[in-house]
Structures are given as structure tokens and as C-alpha cells.
Design a protein around this ligand. Structure first.
Ligand code: GLU
Length: 432
């Protein structure tokens, strides 16, 4: 079973989306189930409605999943497991207050040491623990030897016990920490491979340690995806608008192109333009580069244009908010002038909006308007042109400039002969 485990704490980031896409592809390739697990145990950071937003985005990208779980529903399981760890003396109660721990952290920082828990509460006697009425957290004892695992992308990784440390698994409010809930849920859901962002790489030995102590001996494979850098080479953050999937939609990028781009990013692929279904045929995590990949908006624009070219005209029309396939074909004529829905839509709207005659060609536009209103339907642009020149006596620049303004609302753009086949059935509406 594969899983995508987003926290409902903010907008979907392209890094999260890439994780969702890769998990989906591998689930399809292996014919395994794919679940979404909403990691909502950190109540203070949860944002109402983000879970639904995440699921909607997955739907828009066609990333079908078998089931949705909410991590908070497993709370009693997490609590039982923590008590089991205490009973088996694999964990201990920690009464250190937040202030004490913060002071220790500060001291470590001042002496330029990495902070490690002092281990103080591990030494408390049962008596000390049972008579203490202060709130407490539960910490797992650190492992006695290094924890190692093979990462499909990064290779073999090893973490010393001190780097894993005696970390908190249950907060004082009796809710599990991310590592504890995640390690248990991956076990309960029988996850075979975890694909997630590189920011989680230091969590993995902790999660392996948790499951070992719980007696789970099945191996889970891991693939940690390198971070995505912005165009300046810094880790992409919320401040980079292009990191937000919602922003990309608002800018008029289509899901097919965004998915293509995220699969291509820092990867070896047999071709540059492809669909998700094609990627299922050849995608291999082993081909993903270890190095961080740089986000390139121009490349995404290029890919967006290529996907708009390939798109079925009816689907493309729908992306522009129209039902008729001709609008999709018309949009394709404008691909040299724009590469996103947002850039091309105003050009289509200009065709159908009321034209201004208040310009140097106004008089000729009026003459052409009258002629077009009276004209029979012509199949080809040549016949249409011939008829209009005969009727109006206009020719050359005096004919083409006003005709373009009348039909498209602007004085430049694709050849009128290219546009005509898609405009011809709307002529009366266009020159109204
Ligand atoms: N909830 C974590 C996050 O959104 C993901 C953890 C994971 O994939 O294990 O970063």
C-alpha cells in the first residue's frame, strides 16, 4: 500500500503535489492500493477546509485514491501504543517543562553544540514518577546502535543514536507527535514504500526505531525526494508564489502540464512531453536525481503550451469556460501569443466583445460590419474575402486592418485565414 500523508495546515505546495504524483504512479505500477492520510494530529496548526482542498486538487490531477483516513481517528491506538512502550520500559515519562527545555536548547546553541535531551527523566525511579503530579510527555529511549536504511534515491543512510535522541512521542496533552503517529499508521496501513520530501529524512530513523520497539519487523522502503529550489537557487518557500498549486491554477496552468513538469523536474525521462498514464509505463524512482532541482517557470510555460496543443478541443474549451469545441480550436490558434489559459482567454473574449469603432479604421469597420451582416455563409476565408471586397470596394490595408479589428478586437494576432474556420459560425455574434 502506498500513501500520501499531507497535513491540513496550509496551501498545497508543488513539493507535496510531486509526492502525491509519484506515490500514485508507483501504486499504479505495482497494482497496490493508494490511500490519502490527512495528518491532523497537530490541532493548533490545522486549518479548517484544507483537507477538502487537498482532495479537490488530487481530483483535478486525476490522482485517484482508494481511501481517505484521518490520523486523529487513530488517537486511541497511538495512546495505547505509548502506554505499551512505557510498560515495556522502552519509553519514559518526562516532566521537564517547556521553559527548562528551552533553556537547555539555548545553552547548547550558545556553546555551538547540537541540542540533545539531557536524559534527566530517564533516571527517575518508579516512585519519583508515580508521585509526581506535574504534566508529562512521553519520550522514547534512544536506540543503542545506529539505525540504517537504504533510500531509493539517496542510497544507504546511517544515523547515530545521539542524532535520533530520546525524542517525545506523546505530548503533555496526550496527543501523539508526528513521528509516533506516522510510524504507527504506516504500520497499521501496511505501507510498503514511503515516498516523501527530503525534509523528512531525519524523521525516518526515528520512525524505524519506533516500529522496531513495537515489534514490527516488516521493512518499509523509503524514497526521499530532493527539495525544489526557486529560480534564485534557494529552497522554495511559501513566499515563492509559484510554489502554490492554487497560484499556478490562477495563472492559467493546466493540471496535465503541471504534472508533466513535476515528473520531469530533476529526472531522467524518455521524453519531455507526456501524460500521467504514459509516465506510469516508464517512471522509475531510481532515475530521480539526488541533487535539488530548480523550478523553471519558463519551462513550465513551454510544457503548458505543448499540452494545450495536444488537448482535445472540447476539453480545452471547457478549460476556458466554454462548451463548444470550436473555442478550443480557436484557442489553439493563439498559442504563439500566450502559453497559459490566463494569457489566451482575454484574446478570445476580445473576439466576442463589442468592438470600438472609435479609431482611424472606424468608418471601414462600419462598412464591413454591414456587409458581413448581409453576407451568406462562406466555407472558406478566400470566398468570404472575395465577397467582402466586392461588396465594399475596400482592399489591401484598408480592408485587412479594419476586418481584423472587427473580428478580433485587436490590430495584431494570428492570420485571419487561420482563425476564420473557427469564427465562421459565430460571425453575426462577433460583429454585432
Ligand atoms: N504530514 C507530513 C507532511 O505533510 C508528511 C509526512 C510523511 O509523508 O510521512 O509533511
Amino acid at each position: 500500500m502506498l500513501r500520501f500523508a499531507p497535513s491540513p495546515t496550509g496551501d498545497m505546495h508543488i513539493g507535496n503535489l510531486r509526492v502525491a504524483i509519484f506515490n500514485y504512479i508507483i501504486a499504479k505500477q505495482r497494482n497496490e492500493r493508494y490511500i490519502v492520510r490527512i495528518e491532523d494530529t497537530d490541532k493548533e496548526r490545522n486549518i479548517e477546509g484544507k483537507d477538502r482542498e487537498i482532495l479537490e486538487i488530487l481530483n483535478l490531477f486525476g490522482l485517484e485514491y482508494d481511501e481517505v483516513y484521518y490520523q486523529s481517528h487513530n488517537l486511541t491506538i497511538h495512546q495505547h501504543m505509548a502506554i505499551k512502550m512505557l510498560e515495556e520500559r522502552k519509553a519514559f515519562a518526562c516532566f521537564c517543562s517547556a521553559e527548562e527545555l528551552e533553556a537547555e536548547r539555548e545553552t547548547a546553541k550558545e556553546s555551538k553544540r547540537a541540542y540533545r535531551y539531557s536524559g534527566k527523566c530517564e533516571l527517575l525511579s518508579d516512585e519519583d514518577v508515580l508521585t509526581n503530579e506535574k504534566p508529562f510527555t512521553i519520550r522514547l529511549k534512544k536506540p543503542v546502535s545506529a539505525i540504517e536504511f537504504d533510500d531509493i534515491i539517496k542510497g544507504r543512510l546511517s544515523f547515530a543514536p545521539d542524532d535520533i535522541d530520546s525524542f517525545v512521542i506523546m505530548r503533555a496533552d496526550k496527543t501523539p507527535t508526528y513521528n509516533f503517529a506516522c510510524a504507527i499508521d504506516d504500520m497499521i496501513h501496511d505501507i510498503s514504500l514511503v515516498i516523501r520530501g527530503e525534509d523528512h529524512v531525519s524523521n525516518t530513523p526515528k520512525q524505524i526505531h519506533i516500529r522496531k520497539l513495537l515489534g514490527y519487523d516488516k521493512d518499509i522502503d523509503y524514497a526521499h525526494l530532493p527539495v525544489i529550489l526557486n529560480e534564485e537557487g534557494k529552497k522554495m518557500s511559501k513566499r515563492d508564489s509559484a510554489s502554490s498549486v492554487r497560484w499556478l491554477f490562477e495563472e492559467g496552468f493546466i493540471p496535465e502540464a503541471i504534472a508533466n513538469y513535476l515528473i520531469l523536474l530533476g529526472n531522467k525521462t524518455p521524453k519531455e512531453i507526456f501524460t500521467l498514464d504514459e509516465a506510469i509505463e516508464w517512471f522509475r524512482l531510481e532515475n530521480v536525481s539526488k541533487a535539488a532541482a530548480k523550478f523553471d517557470l519558463d519551462k513550465l510555460r513551454f510544457i503548458n503550451r505543448e499540452h494545450m496543443k495536444l488537448m482535445d478541443s472540447k476539453d480545452l474549451s471547457r478549460a476556458f469556460g466554454f462548451a463548444d469545441a470550436a473555442i478550443g480550436d480557436l484557442a489553439k490558434c493563439f498559442l504563439e501569443e500566450g502559453s497559459t489559459i490566463k494569457e489566451i482567454k482575454p484574446k478570445i473574449e476580445a473576439i466576442f466583445s463589442a468592438k470600438s469603432f472609435d479609431n482611424e479604421w472606424g468608418e471601414q469597420m462600419k462598412i464591413l460590419q454591414d456587409a458581413i451582416k448581409r453576407a451568406p455563409g462562406f466555407d472558406s476565408f478566400d470566398e468570404f474575402k472575395k465577397y467582402l471586397t466586392q461588396q465594399t470596394g475596400l482592399k489591401g490595408k484598408n480592408f485587412f486592418k479594419p476586418l481584423r479589428l472587427l473580428l478580433t478586437g485587436t490590430d495584431h494576432g494570428p492570420e485571419l485565414s487561420h482563425l476564420y474556420p473557427y469564427l465562421k459560425s459565430y460571425l453575426l455574434e462577433i460583429v454585432k
